[in-house]
Ligand binder design. Sequence first.
Ligand code: SF4
Length: 266
Amino acid sequence: MTDNLPDRSLRPEQTESLDGSRPPEFWSELNREVERIENPQTILFELFKRFADRAAIITSGQITGMTLVQMAWENRLPFRVCTIDTGRLFPQTYDFLELAEDHYGIQIERVSADPDTINRMVTQHGEYLFFDSQAKQEYCCKIRKVNPQERLLDTLDVWFTGLRRDQSEFRQQVPKVQLIDHQQRTILKVSALANWSNEQVWDYIERNQVPVNPLLRSKPGVAYYESLGCVICTTPIRPSEPKRAGRWRWQHNEENKKECGLHFSI
Ligand code: SF4
């Protein structure tokens, strides 16, 4: 794939100012501009061209995130891909991230929690605290996922996510583009494939031979993984179940949104 690597010479000489002093009008105009762009690949092109490494796709290597990676790669602009390594991902996910790096000739940035913080949490609450209560599950997610992601967001002005509206009832409201507050400044959060269906994503993946984590390859009629998080907290689902039913399966609260806190701003 070497001859298809992104052309680094296309990196813009001057990117947007990084001083965080852009006025609110800048962001609302950008929001409107991106909202008007229909083609998700064009959105990636325009924002990576403009923001360079102040923009990134944050993905755990699932199908929508990988679709974004494929589109960004086809754009032949440098693009940044990051993942939150909780230290508890499936072995197949770690292998898959390496495979994706080889396939696209990229380096995926792994961001993880400070080991001392994890040790303190485990010493105080135990290795499997997430079984104790929803509050402790959220605490574990905060330490292993949310806090590292906050650090990552410190380095970004544009955050591409793989959120889609058909992923759960809670996510039906996912906007294609939104402005979020982060440490008293604004970040453009872009779910470029928000209105794509599962079928559309799979169709794109098959047509473009996008690499897929083998755990996500479903077999008709049997239990399979629809969405992958940490080992233990993620279980396979039956074809008739909601897509995020496999997350924290021991929690039965009807109001439970099956979210880990990475996307509270939906
Ligand atoms: Fe902890 Fe489970 Fe959340 Fe992973 S998904 S961070 S193991 S509670």
